[in-house]
Write a new protein. Structure first.
Length: 309
């Protein structure tokens, strides 16, 4: 008997993309699917559009306009209390499933029956243009991730690559066991949610693309949130204790710290307060780098400043 899959299409104020997302779900070659749109928009534009253009689609309008975390947890609660599905996916309204998406992920589950979740790779859409770019281009064969340290290294180690979060298909037991908490790590709390899932079983990644993942200016990944990032690293290091894990977590944090400095217009600040800026960078390099003097000079060159003496 085939696995029953529940797909929840999460919507928030993106009517320009949602019909394409709906069509891609309806066109799945795998047929044992229950599909619903969870509309958390601040207005009725998406709801009215679906009622008019895709009236056959079940849509739940969230009247209270939940926060992102509340929306997630409402869906998890509904999945948990439902007896219908073996696995579920919380897909995003601006992405597109390839026709064999669910079929390929179900095959991956059948090959790895103890998994808590599986996820496919993706082609990249930039704004509205589909490219040949593979989101996780380093992944050449399917991968089974067994623990938090292994998953974290995929995020922290330079060039390792990850599969996109909207394409995850979770075991129902994930919804029955965990809630989403964006206070843990802000916009990186999707990763801490996966850390939790790993306590129930491994996560399998498919090297083959199963979706088209859209990158645009309103993606949550745009910009550096240092508090969120530090929250993620703190949670990771509770489980990952090896020297390799600590090294890559520090390196990842420091590189994002440099990006954050750039976003803060550090070059302009340096012209006004050179010694203060040097002190800020030096404090960070002493913590993150095994060669702080060399890293200090690298940082100043990177931002077009004079070398430290």
């Amino acid at each position: 008997m085939s696995l029953k899959i529940q797909i929840i299409l999460m919507s928030y104020n993106r009517p320009e993309f949602i019909l394409e997302a709906i069509k891609s779900i309806q066109n799945q070659t795998y047929k044992n699917i229950e599909f619903v749109v969870s509309d958390n928009s601040s207005n009725n534009v998406v709801f009215d559009l679906i009622q008019k253009s895709a009236p056959e689609v079940k849509i739940v309008k969230r009247g209270s306009n939940f926060s992102m975390s509340q929306h997630w947890n409402q869906i998890l609660s509904e999945v948990s209390s439902s007896g219908h599905a073996d696995y579920f996916m919380m897909f995003h309204d601006d992405d597109i499933m390839l026709p064999n998406c669910i079929a390929d992920l179900v095959t991956l589950i059948e090959q790895n029956p103890t998994v808590s979740a599986v996820a496919g790779n993706a082609y990249v859409i930039r704004q509205t243009s589909l490219t040949d770019d593979i989101f996780n281009s380093r992944l050449k064969e399917n991968l089974l991730i067994k623990n938090v340290e292994e998953l974290g290294l995929r995020y922290f180690e330079a060039g390792a690559g990850v599969n996109p979060f909207p394409g995850y298909l979770y075991s129902k037991k994930v919804a029955q066991t965990f809630k989403f908490n964006n206070k843990e790590a802000g916009k990186h709390s999707d990763v801490t949610f996966l850390f939790k899932a790993l306590t129930l079983g491994p996560i399998a990644w498919a090297a083959k693309p199963t979706m088209n993942y859209r990158i645009h200016g309103s993606n949550d990944s745009v910009g550096v949130d240092m508090l969120a990032l530090l929250g993620l690293v703190k949670i990771y290091l509770r489980s990952a204790k090896s020297a390799n894990a600590i090294y890559h977590a520090k390196e990842f944090t420091f590189k994002n710290y440099l990006l954050w400095l750039k976003e803060q217009n550090i070059k302009k600040m340096y012209k006004a307060h050179p010694q203060r800026v040097k002190t800020i960078i030096w404090s960070a390099t002493k913590f993150f780098s095994q060669n702080p003097s060399g890293m200090m000079k690298y940082c100043l060159r990177k931002f077009g400043m004079a070398d430290a003496n």
